[in-house]
Design a protein. Sequence first.
Length: 117
Amino acid sequence: QVHMVESGGGLVQAGGSLRLSCAASGRTYTTLRMGWFRQAPGKEREFVASISWSGFSPSYTDSVKGRFTISRDNGKNMMYLQMNSLKPEDTAVYYCAANRGSGYQDWGQGTQVTVSS
């Protein structure tokens, strides 16, 4: 199992920026990709971005392309999500997750991001 812990959420005005961090521990050597997901009130959890464990091949959902950047720090087993030009519709609980080859099975507890208009 891979243990994931998110941090960096908060309240920001529309147009502002936040940087989320995700610390991975445990059986990280089994991880193929890491990803960010979010869940807004009353909505299903949705994919935001993902990156390979080695830090390559980033992927984004269309609604965040050009605004969000996913990155990895291999030496620290960390993953980041830099979020710029935030919009009220980005308001959600953000989760990081690890994919060990059978889908995203290891999840963090989530961090709240609130964007005010």
